[in-house]
Design a protein around this ligand. Structure first.
Ligand code: HPA
Length: 271
């Protein structure tokens, strides 16, 4: 990871918008892009024009940095997520965390689409991430230590901030969106899991599975940002009788967009 290059790039974005003071940064995962339409956008930048970030390679992931506002709160919205399976290294994944910290945001909201492992979860369920299991077989902090990311061996107890989780529950009640809670397990993808893998993950205590979020959560926690994680359960994970496709995942998220938009608006005004 080239942290110095990322910091320089982040400082350029800050310098271009000196009056902008985001309280929160939000990363919109697969299928969540439309949720960003619920906020008032003041400026937008293409990822392709931001060194260290660059354009995502996956349909449904977009690629715009939005400087937005909701109820007097300024927000940095990453509309489109970069994933490890693109093979572009950690920089595009770490950059949103780097920019959020450089701009002085207090917290980072990580959203994603995920497969439901908990048999209680139906497609369309919304799960607040209480904790995670990193089965990516790697870690974004591997490499020379840089003080920007906090201590060499950062603590990962309580990655997902307890106040944010409570505030999400309250936001869900006001928004009329029922919420689940659970453990998110991350794999690299891009292949979906086998039924045997999902059986093993269930035994490990996972409620949902996906290909993102954990690297950003590790980095943000290490760097001293508060973290919230929200999964839209777009499908039952492998082994529940159906095959999986990216199109089905995007379609699963689409139905949930109005509820997700209400939830995030309420949350953003609460924090
Ligand atoms: N597995 C992994 N990632 C996913 C899934 C899944 O079933 N659904 C959405 N993202």
């Amino acid at each position: 990871m080239d942290t110095e290059r990322m910091i320089k790039s982040a400082e350029k974005v800050c310098a271009a918008f000196p009056a902008f003071r985001p309280k929160l940064a939000l990363v919109m995962g697969s299928g969540w892009r439309e949720v960003a339409n619920g906020f008032t956008v003041k400026h937008s930048l293409d990822y392709a024009d931001i060194p260290g970030l660059g354009a995502p390679q996956v349909a449904g992931h977009g690629g715009q940095l939005l400087l937005a506002q909701q109820g007097g709160v300024e927000l940095l919205i990453f509309s489109g997520r970069r994933h490890g399976y693109e093979g572009a290294g950690w920089d595009p994944i770490a950059f949103p965390v780097c920019l959020a910290k450089t701009m002085g945001a207090q917290g980072l909201v990580l959203t994603n689409s995920a497969g439901g492992i908990n048999p209680r979860f139906r497609a369309g369920a919304v799960m607040i991430i209480d904790d995670h299991i990193n089965l990516m077989g790697t870690n974004p902090l591997i490499g020379p230590h840089h003080a920007f990311w906090g201590p060499r061996f950062p603590d990962m107890t309580g990655v997902y901030d307890a106040d944010y989780r409570r505030q999400l529950d309250e936001a869900g009640k006001r928004a009329g969106v029922p919420l689940e809670h659970g453990v998110y397990l991350a794999v690299t993808g891009p292949s979906y899991e086998t039924p045997a893998e999902i059986g093993a993950f269930r035994g490990m205590g996972a409620d949902a599975v996906g290909m993102s979020t954990v690297p950003e959560a590790i980095l943000a926690r290490a760097a001293g940002l508060k973290v919230a994680g929200i999964s839209c359960i777009t499908n039952a994970a492998a082994g529940f009788g159906q095959t999986l496709s990216h199109e089905d995942v995007l379609a699963g998220a689409k139905a949930a967009i109005p509820g997700l938009t209400r939830l995030l608006k309420e949350f953003v005004e609460e924090v």
